[in-house]
Design a protein around this ligand. Structure first.
Ligand code: ADP
Ligand code: MG
Length: 702
């Protein structure tokens, strides 16, 4: 391993010099490099290879085995381009080494004809297969052309870095450039971790890691380098979150610690007792509310786990202490649903609740706003728009936000300014793998309701195709004959609400006319006027509607225990977490419940895996993991737009454990030195500010 020079401030600045002025780069190549996001020497040093190839032992052709990826090298002795008129035939090259022959083939790569020439020596990497007892063949291998007089030691005979490329830039020149950067600048990369942290976590130094991530001497060196860089990624993320939380959460808060009269009366009015999980979580929340700091807590619990009642207890605690509370939901329908739920519980205790959505206009709106401003309304329920609109509370003590993943960090900061630094409780029914929770909500404390109310029966989930439609309808009819109710969910057909609506409307009309003429079919969609939605929901709750056809507006929060069966049309078009949320609408009562996923037309392999996961498990956390695997972390809940810094090396799927270590380290560091002002934290502080690029400032406003 290389030895590290003491890092100086000079070298830190040197790392910011543009690559363009490096000898041998020039404007042309600089442009290509910039397409890869490489502008400065530092960018180059941290341009991590997508993988390494073990070329310490090139396999002789004679010893190539079928199946696994291998590296080998040989000289081109024959080239056969696809025959004219048959562009779909492969471009084939025959190579020879001392031990035999190998054919390499590529499809749809016409440019190869200009690149590969007889007599060239190639290094290849790929899988070999044998076709119809013919010669060994390598399909679509990665290859590099060995140039005369090149420093071959850099490109073979070792673990060789393979970089992501851009058109016009090939592997070898890029590798040469990075090699030069590493030789000349890696040792000058300033260490950012305090010695104590490095020792505690057994991490190699940053200069050593930077060298080894490109040109490791062994697999062990490579993995030590990865471990170090992954740790830095996570530490810088978690440090930012810890600092945010320090500023927001540890800020002076309202101590809401009433005797608990209202909560006690609510408990006595309930027809059920709280589950152990609900009790535990409630105790965590109660302690937060009573304490001297503002609460910042995420309440996680699978669909149907009973989060709303816990939220209601928090709301009553705020009211009991003389404050107001707000409850915000992602959609108007869900806000109305929450209103209906809270109306059962709060007004009987003398606690007035009101709804405010953008659909409420004119005098009615003014009256409610006045009630909120005067304090006459104790609990205001609305959509997330509550934050943006000109709502002034008299004394806001608590804000409950339902369905966090549609509610960003920035909105949370705005919300906090609405009152005297109110407590914030974020509820999510979307189970989030722990690694992601630590990333997205690293600045929140987390409470989990990991238990469903007793008596819930598993929901029987079945995947069906069009051929079974008649039987499915007969099944729905039998359920209804037994006194139950059914949902029929129609997907978003295109990226248009209008077509979405049309599909659901037509489905409702057809079912009413042709299938369930003797029953009542209702329709619910996002574009209905407010009163209309409320009326349909009330009628469904009252059992007057037997079959409720709906768009995905019912995805979250609808709570009708008598509904025992859900038919999802075009299930292949729904995302996995969406399907899980939808399914959560049934199985809320003591009856056996069913979810039928109807696949129509063709569906992708991924769609089939989603449906498969649904039929095999009902565990929300397991489903979230599959979802994360299928979609990748960037896409999952739109983390890309979350305003969090990008990782250089770390991968949430692979590196979960390191994330937890880094989180602990980060919170310890911030607890000991909140502004990272100590001299041994100076490097870390600079790296942190660079990584968050001002977004940390934004958070501190809240
Ligand atoms: P979610 O966590 O999905 O928001 P809800 O709060 O809507 O779940 O609760 C689902 C249903 O379970 C509601 O009808 C609620 O009244 C009921 N419920 C909540 N807690 C319990 C409990 N401890 N025992 C029985 N039923 C409960
Ligand atoms: Mg809910």
């Amino acid at each position: 391993m290389a030895t590290s020079r003491p890092a100086s401030r000079e070298s830190a600045r040197g790392l910011q010099s543009p690559l363009q002025y490096l000898k041998g780069v020039g404007p042309q190549r600089a442009k290509l490099l910039s397409r890869l996001g490489l502008e400065t020497i530092e960018d180059g040093l941290f341009f991590v290879p997508s993988r390494h190839e073990d070329r310490s032992r090139l396999t002789p052709f004679g010893a190539l085995g079928e199946g696994k990826a291998q590296s080998c090298s040989g000289t081109i002795v024959g080239i056969s381009p696809p025959p004219r008129g048959n562009p779909r035939a492969p471009f084939a090259v025959t190579l020879r080494d001392g031990t035999g022959y190998l054919t390499a083939v590529w499809f749809n790569q016409p440019y190869l004809e200009k690149v590969l020439k007889r007599g060239q020596t190639l290094v290849l990497h790929g899988r070999v297969a044998r076709f119809r007892n013919g010669p060994l063949q390598m399909q679509h291998p990665d290859f590099e052309i060995v140039e005369e007089g090149e420093d071959e030691a850099l490109h073979t005979g070792r673990l060789v870095p393979i970089y992501g490329l851009t058109e016009g830039l090939t592997q070898r020149p890029l590798r040469r450039l990075i090699w030069r950067l590493v030789e000349e600048h890696a040792a000058g990369v300033p260490e950012i971790l305090p010695d104590a942290v490095r020792r505690r976590r057994a991490l190699i130094s940053l200069p050593v890691a930077v060298r080894a991530i490109h040109f490791p001497g062994s697999e062990a060196e490579l993995s030590a380098a990865r471990r170090r860089l992954v740790f830095d990624d996570f530490l810088l993320l978690q440090l930012g979150l810890a600092i945010r939380r320090q500023r927001e959460g540890r800020a002076r808060g309202l101590s809401l610690d009433p005797a608990g009269v209202l909560v006690g009366r609510l408990r006595r009015s309930l027809p059920f007792a709280l589950t152990d999980a609900q009790e535990r979580v409630w105790e965590e929340i109660r302690r937060d509310l009573a304490g001297p700091y503002a609460m910042n807590r995420l309440l996680q619990g699978d669909v149907g786990s009973g989060k709303t009642i816990v939220a209601a207890m928090a709301i009553l605690t705020a009211v009991d202490a003389g404050y107001q509370a707000a409850l915000m939901a992602p959609t108007e329908i869900l806000a109305e649903q929450h209103l209906m739920t809270l109306e059962q519980w709060l007004p009987p205790l003398g606690v007035p609740v009101a709804l405010l959505t953008s659909a409420i206009k004119g005098r009615e709106r003014d009256a409610r706003l006045a009630g909120v401003a005067s304090g006459a309304i104790s609990c205001l329920v609305g959509t997330h728009a509550l934050v943006q609109e000109g709502v002034e509370f008299r004394r806001l003590g608590l804000a409950v936000v339902d369905e966090q993943h549609r509610f960003g960090v920035v909105q949370r900061a705005v919300l906090r300014r609405k009152g005297d630094n109110p407590h914030v409780l974020v509820m999510t029914a979307t189970p989030i793998p722990r690694t992601l929770a630590l990333t997205l909500y690293g600045d929140l404390d987390v409470s989990v309701i990991d238990e469903l109310p007793p008596g819930r029966q598993p929901i029987v989930t079945a995947a069906r195709t069009e051929a079974k439609r008649a039987q499915i309808y007969a099944f729905l009819r039998r359920q209804i004959a037994e006194g139950r109710q059914a949902y029929v969910v129609c997907p978003l057909v295109e990226e248009s609400e209008a077509t979405d609506l049309k599909a659901a409307t037509e489905m409702a009309e057809r079912l009413q006319r042709e299938v369930f003429a003797d029953l009542r079919v209702g329709l619910l969609h996002g574009r209905m006027p407010l009163g209309g939605k409320e009326a349909v929901m009330e009628a469904f709750k009252a059992g007057e509607i037997h079959v409720l056809v709906s768009t995905t507006v019912i995805e979250v929060g609808i709570d009708v225990a008598n509904a025992s069966v859900m038919l999802v049309e075009h299930a292949e078009r729904f995302g996995l977490s969406q399907l899980h949320q939808l399914r959560g609408r049934v199985g809320r009562g003591p009856w056996k419940s069913y979810c039928i996923l109807l696949r129509s037309g063709t569906s992708s392999a991924e769609a089939r895996r989603r449906i498969d996961a649904m039929t095999h498990t009902q565990d929300g956390f397991r489903i979230a993991e599959v979802d994360l695997e299928l979609r990748g972390p960037g896409d999952f809940f739109g983390t890309r737009q979350s305003g969090l810094p990008q990782f250089r090396v770390a991968d949430l799927l692979r590196d979960g454990r390191a994330l937890e270590e880094a989180r602990q380290e980060a919170f310890d560091l911030v607890a000991a030195d909140p502004d990272l002002a100590l001299p041994e934290h100076r490097g870390l502080r600079a790296a942190l500010l660079a990584r968050w690029r001002g977004k940390l400032e934004l958070a501190s406003v809240g």
